[in-house]
Every structure is written in C-alpha cells, then in structure tokens.
Design a protein around this ligand. Structure first.
Ligand code: COA
Length: 176
C-alpha cells in the first residue's frame, strides 16, 4: 500500500468511495453523494489551506481510501484544532488501510501545526470508534439522537487525540 498526498485528479475515485458510504452508511450525515466537481472543490479548499489530504492505493494503483484534516471550525481560536475525515473503499475494509491512513494523517496534521485532532463519528459507527481507539483517541463526548438517516435516530460520538506537544506547551503564535 502506498500513501501519498491527494491531487485533484483523484476526485473521481474519492467521490466514488465516499458515495457508497453516503448512500449505505451513517458515518456521513449527507444523504446525497456529491459529484466529482463538488468533491474537487472540497479537496481544493483543504489543499489550498495547506491542510493534509491523503490517499492510499494498492500495488495495482486502486484507490483504497482517503483521509483529510481541516480546521475544526472556522473561527480563529480553533486555529490549533482539526477534524478528520476518513473513508475506505467498502469492499476493502478491515485490511489495515484505515489505521495506516489515520496514523499518516495525524503526523501530517501535527507537522502542519495542529495540536488536537477530533473525530466526529456519525451514527457512533463501531468500526470508526475502534479505529480511532486503536490510534490513541479517547472519548470526548456524545450527542444523542442528533441525526436522522435510514429511518433511525443517530448519536454522534466525539473522540480526540493530542498531536505532538498537544496542550503541554503554548503554540508558536497566538491566534489574532
Ligand atoms: C472506519 C474505517 C475508516 C476503518 O478503516 P479500515 O481500513 O476498515 O480499518 P483497519 O483495518 O485499519 O482497522 C483499524 C482498527 O480498527 C478495528 N476495526 C476496524 N473496523 C472495525 C469494526 N467494524 N469492528 C470492530 N473493529 C474494527 C480493527 O480491528 C483495527 O484494530 P487493531 O489495530 O487494534 O487491530 C472504515 O471501515 C470505513 O471507511 N468505514 C465507513 C466510513 C466511516 O465510518 N468513516 C469514519 C468517519 S468518522
């Protein structure tokens, strides 16, 4: 498996991986999959901000999954907190790709300067909770019945991990 930064030409494959989870799963609270142009525009926003967007491919070049991190919320004081997003091709789950991508994403986000990474886990998906726990994330809260999809009320679980020095030291610059 090879993990590399994403490029906009990956948008079609990324949109296809995500579409399955939008249609069939509860990890995303979107109900209609975005098209390739919309996915490309989302990618450009992340990449242009200097935030990490990674893809994993197998030896044949097939895109196995992707992960990205973006500032948790826009407001300035959130400068050092990021939220992740990670999706693996539905028929290639359970092969270690998610863990490898998330570890690489945490490294990349730390180098970008983020001090905390949050996972906002739609539907409290057990696979996602297990993946994040395996990467050192701890529970940071649960919002009950915040979502509704496929005829069910959905809880959202928050998990977080410190990156690098986390909150042990002040950041290099105070957000202005
Ligand atoms: C959640 C997801 C990203 C995990 O990726 P993956 O490649 O299938 O996971 P991995 O094979 O790398 O497994 C990583 C760890 O999580 C555990 N895990 C993964 N899926 C699991 C499941 N469904 N149930 C229990 N444990 C699971 C593995 O046992 C492994 O633990 P270990 O390292 O202690 O052995 C992937 O299944 C996925 O895309 N799911 C749908 C979308 C989603 O939930 N995305 C997250 C949005 S927050």
């Amino acid at each position: 498996m090879l993990i590399t930064p994403a490029i906009l030409d990956d948008a079609a494959e990324i949109a296809a991986v995500y579409a399955h989870h939008v249609i069939h799963g509860t990890a995303s609270y979107e109900t209609r999959p975005p098209g390739i142009a919309e996915m490309s525009s989302r990618m450009a926003k992340v990449i242009d901000a200097g935030w990490p967007w990674l893809v994993a491919r197998d030896a044949s070049g097939l895109l196995l999954g992707y992960a990205y991190a973006s500032q948790f919320r826009d407001r300035t004081a959130y400068r050092y907190a990021c939220e992740n997003s990670i999706y693996i091709r539905h028929d290639r789950r359970g092969e270690g790709t998610g863990k490898a991508l998330l570890i690489a994403l945490m490294q990349a986000a730390m180098h970008q300067g983020f001090r905390q990474m949050f996972a906002v886990i739609g539907g409290a998906e057990p696979g996602s909770v297990a993946l994040h726990a395996a990467c050192g994330f701890v529970h940071a809260g649960r919002m009950q019945a915040i979502g509704r999809k496929h005829g069910h009320w959905l809880d959202t679980v928050y998990m977080q991990a410190a990156l690098g020095e986390g909150a042990l030291t002040p950041p290099p610059e105070e957000p202005q």
